[in-house]
Ligand binder design. Structure first.
Ligand SMILES: Nc1nc2c(ncn2[C@@H]2O[C@H](COP(=O)(O)OP(=O)(O)OP(=O)(O)O)[C@@H](O)[C@H]2O)c(=O)[nH]1
Length: 337
């Protein structure tokens, strides 16, 4: 593949950084909304000199705003989601403890919110714990029928939310997989490679002692293989090749399909000398694989360690040139940039 073709993998950091994930939008809206809803209550409590609840609501508003600022500035949703879930539960329990069963209706929005903030199972467990705690608190206050009505409706809300959140999460994971993986081989696609390179560029800027190598390889004379055995067999060979590669690389490393029959392995925390050994292992594994060898499948490989200050495009370009040297030197070999 010529350099102009891999130019498609261009890295646009600013454009990427500007976008926010769905999780960020959910937490920003929930924290902003919580602060907005609670704020009138803070004013009301202080106005009616209900100091304890006023302070409690004020803490709720303060924490919700802190979470909003945290996510807005750092894009970190994991910690923020947990903090916001904890605030939700604490404010809910404290309000019911102070004001009694008249505040029970706040359970429904608060427990539903947990499913937006945590993983479905975490939210389910926390909701049931909170409901059990509330049950103990209101034990003397409500009639058996009242308790039954509350519990049935609250548990139904929790279960509906759990099922809905579970479905949403499964669909989201499926979409993420489809958007970042090549449908034929299951390897990461160009979009995933571009994102990985973006992350690596940012990592190298922050930690200049980071060492990363890139291994690019291309099947030799794949056109002849296709012509001789058919396109369907060619497809099977691509799938088999990725299986062989996946068996040889670390579980933390990933192989990406750059296009056609050209692939890239990003070897993190791997200096050039180790990457060269890995490249040779990959080449011999393909050559000696019992299934691939039936079709005389071999690969030409180019390896390049990331050099400080270079762009992702320059890095890929060096590996690409090394790979073409391997092709020109007779194929089924490895060259280093
Ligand atoms: N079966 C199959 N073939 C593909 C796929 N993508 C690309 N190809 C084929 O890969 C072949 C690539 O051919 P070339 O770029 O000429 O390279 P080559 O024959 O491998 O020769 P060298 O790279 O010079 O060793 C073309 O025939 C493409 O049709 C695919 O998804 N499935």
């Amino acid at each position: 593949m010529e350099l102009k073709v891999i130019q498609g993998v261009m890295v646009k950091p600013d454009q990427n950084r500007a976008s926010r994930t769905t999780e960020e939008y959910i937490i920003l809206s929930l924290s902003g909304f919580t602060a907005l809803v609670l704020f009138p209550f803070v004013v009301l409590r202080f106005f009616t000199q209900d100091w304890l609840l006023g302070i409690l609501d004020f803490i709720g508003v303060f924490c919700a705003l802190a979470v909003f600022v945290l996510v807005y500035t750092t894009h970190n949703t994991r910690v923020a989601g947990k903090i916001l879930a904890a605030i939700c539960c604490c404010v809910l329990i404290a309000t019911i403890e102070l004001k009694g069963s008249e505040q029970l209706s706040w359970c429904y929005p608060a427990l539903t919110a947990l499913f937006f903030l945590l993983l479905p199972r975490q939210a389910l467990v926390l909701s049931l714990v909170v409901l059990a705690a509330i049950g103990l608190m209101i034990l003397d206050e409500v009639t058996v029928v009242g308790a039954l009505r509350f519990y049935l409706s609250a548990i139904a809300t929790v279960l509906f939310s759990f099922v809905f959140a579970g479905r949403m999460r499964a669909q989201q994971l499926q979409l993420v997989h489809q958007a970042s993986n090549d449908p034929l081989t299951g390897a990461g696609n160009r979009r995933a490679l571009e994102q990985k390179l973006l992350d690596l560029m940012s990592l190298h800027r922050r930690h200049t002692d980071t060492v990363t190598s890139l291994i690019m390889f291309d099947i030799d004379r794949f056109k002849c293989i296709n012509d001789r055995f058919g396109h369907a067999t060619g497809d099977d060979i691509l799938v088999g090749l990725i299986q062989v590669i996946n068996q040889r690389i670390r579980t933390t490393d990933q192989v990406y399909r750059l296009g056609g029959e050209e692939f890239v392995v990003i070897a993190e925390q791997t200096p050039l000398k180790d990457a060269v050994l890995l490249a040779e292992t990959l080449r011999t594994s393909v050559e000696n694989d019992p299934v691939l060898s039936e079709y005389n499948v071999t690969v030409s490989v180019g390896t390049a360690q990331y050099a400080e200050e270079e762009t992702a495009f320059e890095w890929l370009g060096r590996a690409d040139k090394a790979m073409y040297r391997a092709k020109n030197e007779g194929r089924n070999s490895c060259c280093v940039a």
